[in-house]
Design a protein around this ligand. Structure first.
Ligand code: 13P
Ligand code: SF4
Length: 400
């Protein structure tokens, strides 16, 4: 496709994860869509009061969810905070709320829509709040990858395990192929279950882990005892994933080439530097960090795990935390008796999480009050059915 102007023809801009500023239109990915109507100015001195008034007027008609990486100004209006799966469960546990206002990113709102009833509407206050990791696995790439595994004769011996941080379409693919969803807190249980479906961890069966190579590798090597040599990285942009048939047949973990742009910034050097600067520091990182960062750290865990670890920490103890900055700042503020450091020396917010700000939240709430349903996230019925199969499989995992 192309765009014609008076004299010249330009190629149609490719849909891009970088179309984030709410100025362009990318209906296929629902990102970059302009908000209808006027957003209040961030400088509006009445903004907090408008937010309070709108929240009070919506009352029990609405339930507001806030992911741990959201801004303080948004978290102040969340009825519950949590990691992506806790929030999806909280949404499912509120069948009486007409509106679930999801202050998080697109894949989380999709999961909430899948897990809530027909009559409930899930609202994402800014449609530009996507996730660069989820964007690294497109459904056609995943279907092509499965064909590569079939050609190599290993598809029947492979179970897909998909991280919550993925599109509904990839979750549905996982459901259709007998796999499961996992989160950063239950990835080890999900992997054990998956290997059990194909002959156990000692056998030759395989897992296709999408889309975060780091969570997959860290879990397989550090929690299941597989070796780095058991892991291969499937690059969807290369023919055959950039792997030979022998490499695919020999592998146990086929890791999708995806990562989190926030956690991918932390380096082993950050760990060395903080240890040199802060005596007796405990380094605690999220499993989306690179393998060398996780092995250099003292502790690793999901956002809920990180919060609980700091709650349980001794007064006076020193911590360096490697996860998104909004959360680390709130943890530091909640624990003035502990020395909480940020692992990276430079700022590391999640830019898409930060898209949800108070002006967008006020705009969404005031629009709902005016009878306009804005930014509703609706997952196609067939996709939702199969995605739910994979989500339910996660819920049925032993010990979860
Ligand atoms: P959790 O909150 O599930 O640990 O996930 C972190 C994350 O990157 C969410 O986008
Ligand atoms: Fe996606 Fe990473 Fe942001 Fe989470 S922190 S929403 S995984 S880019």
């Amino acid at each position: 496709m192309s765009v014609t102007t008076d004299r010249r023809t330009f190629p149609e801009p490719a849909p891009s994860a970088l179309l984030l500023l709410g100025r362009g239109i990318d209906l296929a990915s629902e990102r970059g869509v302009e908000c209808v109507g006027d957003l209040p100015a961030a400088s509006d001195p009445d903004l907090v009061e408008r937010a309070r008034a709108a929240r009070a007027a919506l009352g029990t008609r609405a339930f507001v969810l806030g992911h741990h990486y959201q801004r303080d100004e948004v978290i102040d209006f969340a009825d519950v905070t949590g990691d992506s799966f806790k929030l999806a469960r909280e949404a499912a546990a509120r069948p009486d709320a007409e509106f679930i206002i999801f202050c998080g990113v697109h894949f989380m709102a999709e999961s909430a829509d899948i897990l809530t009833s027909e009559h409930q509407k899930v609202i994402l206050p800014d449609l530009a709040a996507g996730c660069s990791m989820a964007d690294m696995a497109a459904i056609d790439q995943v279907e092509d990858a499965w064909d590569v595994l079939a050609d190599a004769g290993i598809a029947d011996d492979t179970i897909p395990v998909t991280y919550m941080n993925s599109t509904a379409a990839i979750k549905a693919f996982t459901g259709r192929h007998g796999g499961t969803i996992c989160t950063s807190s239950n990835a080890h249980v999900a992997l054990r279950w998956a290997f059990d479906q194909v002959g156990g961890i000692e056998g030759t069966g395989k897992v296709l882990f999408m889309p975060d190579q780091h969570l997959g590798r860290n879990t397989a090597v550090l929690q299941l005892g597989l070796s780095l040599d058991d892991c291969v990285v499937f690059d969807p942009r290369k023919p055959g994933g950039g792997l030979t048939t022998e490499q695919l047949r020999d592998a146990r973990m086929i890791l999708w080439r995806g990562h989190c742009s926030v956690h991918g910034r932390f380096s082993e050097r950050n760990v060395t530097d903080i240890r040199a600067a802060v005596p007796d520091v405990t380094v605690l990182v999220h499993p989306e960090c690179k393998h060398e960062v996780v092995t250099a750290a003292d502790m690793v865990g999901s956002t809920e795990y990180i919060i609980k670890a700091l709650d349980a920490a001794e007064p006076g103890s020193s911590w360096a935390i490697g996860t998104e900055l909004n959360l680390v700042r709130r943890i530091a503020a909640a624990h003035p008796d502990k020395n909480v450091h940020y692992l990276d020396s430079t700022v590391c917010f999640c830019s898409t999480m930060n898209r949800i700000d108070l002006p967008h939240l006020v705009w969404a709430m005031e629009s709902l009050l005016a009878g306009r349903t804005v930014n509703q996230i609706v997952v196609d019925a067939d996709v939702a059915h199969w995605a739910r199969v994979a989500l339910d499989q996660m819920l049925a995992l032993p010990g979860y």
